[in-house]
Design a protein around this ligand. Structure first.
Ligand SMILES: Cc1cc2nc3c(=O)[nH]c(=O)nc-3n(C[C@H](O)[C@H](O)[C@H](O)COP(=O)(O)OP(=O)(O)OC[C@H]3O[C@@H](n4cnc5c(N)ncnc54)[C@H](O)[C@@H]3O)c2cc1C
Ligand SMILES: NC(=O)c1ccc[n+]([C@@H]2O[C@H](COP(=O)([O-])OP(=O)(O)OC[C@H]3O[C@@H](n4cnc5c(N)ncnc54)[C@H](OP(=O)(O)O)[C@@H]3O)[C@@H](O)[C@H]2O)c1
Length: 408
């Protein structure tokens, strides 16, 4: 079911403000209470009611109070305007209903009136952050790996926070900085799909490395303020959340697209969201049948974040998902040096170049800033073989919104 807070009156932020939606409702019988409703009630099956955006939550609560269940929400448009009052028998299983709910929610969320993608941004600002709650905090680095990286899942139910795959959220750590001012927010890429890890639209997950370094002058061990806070957050603890932000790492709607993903370390976060949307969730309006290629650089095998899940996907979808690792401290490149992601890109530069020629190929780079130059260098050498100037080709891909970078 929908979380009651997921579609509240944030219409002004999202462009939904003046829109009408059609609820398909089951489980409401005729009785003294429902007699007072201003829409038709049937003894069985489902019926449709039209609700303006600003009354969506209120209406949801009312329907729930009366024992009804909303099985789908669709924007009122030419397709369903005519049948919005039609009665349709339903005998759906719970999981079918959940999938449909998710589908129709994503439809209502992802498209604006003109059919353009509606991207939610800054629903929660630093002055009035959302108070979420930690529900899971799991270690992702296996025994023998380097450092601490946690999968942190946050409850956002009863809130207006909606997000799309590829966006980030801000976290405001508690306490003050060295100037006695409240800590500023830090951004983290979202690692879950818009439906969250539980599929109920009520959570948002992050993949966070604890920043630890030696102070260059004192030699003292320094722990990053926000990353340490998140990595050690106890389930049940409250968290201040802002956002979502970011429009340049979104996944194209085209289910036949080629998606090239290059990541180092925690740069895997948005790709987890993409891959889960492509392969693990079921959607009516997005059935991925393109080609996804993840090139993933980490120091060693135990540092491969979400390893089991990624390898399971590769095994299950060998024609649609390819997985290539660069293990810098276990593998060597052709020069006998550390195997970095750009060395893997160099090994496959011919294939990557071919894929990039297709108009529906999108390339994503996420993680350490340091990898960008290396990737440019090897792709420039490949472009040169074809008599093409890489900078110009890359500029064209950026212009066509096919080249996406988020490095930190
Ligand atoms: C769009 C975006 C997405 C991001 N996504 C993720 C993500 O998915 N996962 C993730 O873990 N992080 C992510 N980050 C990074 C994250 O925002 C924080 O920067 C990171 O967690 C460190 O914050 P902190 O509060 O722990 O460190 P702080 O306490 O803020 O310390 C950071 C500061 O420490 C200093 N410092 C750091 N390393 C060294 C060093 N080796 N030597 C000397 N000084 C040093 C620098 O001055 C640096 O500014 C993302 C950043 C951006 C911009
Ligand atoms: N903005 C921030 O302040 C911030 C945020 C998150 C993480 N970090 C820091 O960034 C580092 C990475 O953390 P992570 O968990 O994301 O990743 P990680 O698991 O440490 O993996 C990063 C991988 O990228 C490799 N690498 C290093 N420099 C590279 C370069 N120039 N080009 C290509 N590959 C390169 C690393 O190799 P080698 O290590 O073997 O050289 C390693 O294999 C950590 O030291 C972490 O503390 C900083």
């Amino acid at each position: 079911m929908y979380g009651s807070g997921t579609l509240a009156a944030s219409g002004k932020n999202t462009g939904f403000g003046s829109r009408m939606f059609v609820y398909e409702v089951v489980g409401l019988g005729q009785n003294g209470v429902t007699d007072q409703l201003n829409y038709p009630i049937r003894e069985s099956g489902s019926f449709h009611i039209t609700v303006p955006y600003e009354r969506m939550n209120q209406e949801m609560r009312r329907i729930t109070r009366l024992g009804g269940k909303i099985v789908s929400i669709k924007p009122l448009n030419a397709d369903n305007a005519n049948n919005s009052q039609e009665v349709k028998a339903t005998s759906k299983t719970e999981s079918q209903q959940t999938t449909e709910n998710n589908k129709s929610k994503s439809m209502t969320e992802a498209k604006s009136k003109k059919g353009k993608k509606d991207v939610p941004v800054n629903t929660y600002k630093p002055k009035q952050p959302l108070i979420g709650r930690c529900i899971e905090n799991e270690e992702l680095v296996q025994e023998g790996g380097i450092g601490i990286v946690r999968h942190v899942n946050l409850d956002i139910s009863d809130s207006d926070l909606r997000y799309l795959e590829g966006q980030s959220i801000g976290i405001i750590p508690p306490g003050e900085d060295e100037n006695g001012k409240p800590h500023k927010l830090r951004l983290y890429s979202i690692a879950s799909t818009r439906h969250g890890d539980k599929g109920d639209d009520n959570t948002v997950a992050l993949c966070v490395r604890e920043l630890v370094y030696q102070h260059p002058e004192t030699g003292e061990t320094v722990y990053g303020v926000c990353s340490s806070y998140l990595c050690h957050l106890e389930p049940g603890a409250e968290v201040q959340i802002t956002g979502p932000v970011g429009k340049n790492m979104l996944l194209p709607d085209d289910p036949n697209a080629t998606i090239i993903m290059m990541a180092t370390g925690t740069g895997i976060a948005p790709y987890r969201a993409y891959l889960w949307r492509m392969f693990r969730e079921q959607h009516e309006d997005y059935k991925f049948n393109g080609f996804a290629w993840l090139i993933f650089g980490v120091p060693k095998t135990p540092n491969i974040l979400y390893k089991e899940d990624l390898e399971e996907l590769q095994e299950k979808y060998p024609d649609n998902f390819r997985l290539t690792y660069a293990l810098s401290r276990e593998q060597k490149n052709a020069e006998g040096e550390k195997m970095y992601i750009q060395n893997r890109v160099a090994e496959h530069s011919g294939e990557l170049w071919e894929l990039m020629q297709k108009e529906n190929t999108h390339t994503y780079i996420c993680g350490l800033k340091g990898m960008e130059d290396g990737i440019d260098e090897v792709m420039a050498a490949e472009a040169d073989k074809h008599g093409v100037d890489w900078s110009e080709f890359q500029r064209q891909m950026k212009k066509a919104k096919r080249w996406h970078v988020e490095t930190y």
